[in-house]
Design a protein around this ligand. Structure first.
Ligand code: GDP
Length: 198
């Protein structure tokens, strides 16, 4: 999709604040600093619309971006944020859980992992949960920062990540991505557009 119009519609901390336009939504999840804002900015052709994390883990709201009046990108705060209190983390986890489990317009989830490393314990837990019966939505695993790895290793990176995640090929797809070169951008958009029609 060629994107011309993006609106930051709202930051929500509870259900009553979610949009009511009835547009499909896709959520983006991943630990702080994995490259979530960079991916979203590439998808919407902006240099810095989604905030890049100067303060990792400080974003404590679900941020809804309306793209081309067709879809909401929902930025889910990065997990693994150490600076937040345990209590804040727990209440936030509950909100994210409610959103991911119950939100009817939510059509799919993009989970980012760092292509340079094996998925962390938290990445694996998140993936298992997203693909469990509890949520059971289509998941696109995006391995980002691929420019930092030579192309000859990309197949191995994909195989290693899938093995660690115990990749569920029925519910999920995989894409290697770089915000530097924009490699993978079209494939990610194809996946998103297919979900938007579901
Ligand atoms: P977020 O916390 O997940 O939103 O992460 P950001 O998008 O802010 O990215 C964190 C850092 O990684 C920033 O310094 C980015 O410039 C860098 N980064 C993100 N994506 C890529 C990528 O594909 N390639 C490279 N080389 N750096 C990236």
């Amino acid at each position: 999709m060629e994107v011309h119009q993006v609106e930051m519609v709202m930051s929500a901390v509870r259900e009553a604040q979610y949009p009511t336009d009835g547009l499909p939504e896709v959520a983006f999840v991943g630990r702080s600093n994995v490259g979530k804002s960079s991916l979203t900015n590439v998808l919407i052709n902006r240099k810095s619309f989604a905030r890049t994390s100067s303060q990792p883990g400080k974003t404590q709201t679900l941020n809804f971006y309306k793209v081309e009046n067709k879809v909401f990108f929902v930025d889910v705060p990065g997990y693994g944020y150490a600076k937040v209190s345990k209590k804040a983390r727990e209440s936030f986890a509950i909100m994210i859980g409610e959103y991911l489990r119950k939100r009817q317009p939510l059509k799919g989830i993009v989970q980012l992992v760092d292509a340079r490393h094996l998925p962390s314990k938290e990445d694996i837990e998140m993936y298992n949960w997203l693909t469990s019966d509890d949520i059971g939505l289509p998941v696109l695993v995006v391995a980002t920062k691929a420019d930092k790895i030579s192309r000859g290793k990309w197949n191995k990176v994909e195989a290693d990540i899938k093995r660690e995640l115990q990749f569920n090929a029925e519910l999920s797809d995989f894409e290697i991505f770089s915000a530097e070169t924009k490699h993978g951008k079209d494939n990610v958009w194809d996946w998103l557009e297919a979900r938007m029609l579901d």
